[in-house]
Design a protein around this ligand. Structure first.
Ligand code: FPP
Length: 254
């Protein structure tokens, strides 16, 4: 199927969806049209993950830095997200897709929060695919928050500082319970991680493509997965014939 080895698919794919503005500019269109077309790519990638059986997908929909955009664009992004949540709910329910949120709810307009919480609540029992929407999200802020929460637990006597391990720290992140991403995709050719999943991407494979996000549809996603399947993952170990490395089987990264 699609020249992909279905036993070697990533368990968790995370995507920095970039290039909506450039896509619109190339066509002399308003940037908002680029975001609207980007929402269609979101739908396409969610469907692909569901069809392929990839169980976790995380999408960087609105970063902490995105607040610095012109208010009209910020408003349009909120409007688009709300509209998308409303329009997609029936398909999410039908296909067993659970939506989760990572990031701070505080700051997001109330009507969008209401819609987000509604979709989270109505899909919480579903398990065919988990879609984490990173909205009002920043990787550093997530780590700061986790450190603060752990410090509070130390102060209350629940833990001693010595008990902190990577695993315990991960449980204070928004992504607790989710395996770390195996594959990070960034569209539109920028070589940056832009404050996305800074803790979680420690051993992820990076795939960067010049394709702009609104043009990133199923074929492009399959190309990323094929590229991923060619990688040899070492998880920080060195290569030697006696040391079994992992050819992109999902999970078990330490
Ligand atoms: C980057 O393009 C994209 C964003 C800032 C937002 C991502 C939003 C979407 C894909 C649409 C809606 C999302 C959902 C979940 C429905 P850019 O504006 O930075 O592009 P540029 O770098 O070319 O200007």
């Amino acid at each position: 199927m699609h020249q992909l080895d279905v036993d070697q698919l990533p368990r968790h794919v995370a995507i920095i969806m970039d290039g909506n503005g450039r896509w619109a500019k190339k066509r002399f269109l308003n940037r908002i049209v680029g975001h609207e077309e980007g929402a269609n790519s979101v739908r396409a990638v969610v469907r692909s993950c569901r069809e392929l059986g990839i169980p976790y997908l995380t999408l960087y929909a609105f970063s902490k830095e995105n607040w610095q955009r012109p208010p009209s664009e910020v408003d349009a992004l909120w409007h688009l997200l709300k509209k998308f949540l409303i329009s997609e709910l029936p398909e999410l329910l039908d296909k067993g897709i659970r939506v989760c949120h990572i990031g701070d709810l505080e700051g997001i307009p109330d009507d969008v929060v209401r819609e987000l919480l509604k979709v989270i609540e109505q899909t919480k029992h579903l398990d065919r695919l988990v879609v984490n929407l990173a909205v009002n999200y920043g990787g550093r802020q997530e780590i700061e928050r986790a450190a603060r929460l752990f410090a509070e637990d130390v102060r209350s006597g629940r833990y001693s500082p010595e008990e902190l391990s990577g695993e315990l720290f991960s449980s204070y992140l928004f992504t607790r319970g989710t395996p770390d991403p195996d594959l990070i995709i960034r569209t539109s050719g920028e070589y940056r991680v832009s404050n996305f999943l800074l803790w979680q991407l420690a051993y992820a494979e990076l795939y960067i493509t010049d394709v702009l996000w609104p043009d990133f549809r199923e074929e492009e996603f399959l190309a990323a997965l094929r590229d991923y399947q060619k990688r040899e993952r070492r998880f920080g170990t060195y290569y030697d014939d006696q040391t079994p490395t992992q050819r992109c089987a999902a999970g078990s990264q330490q």
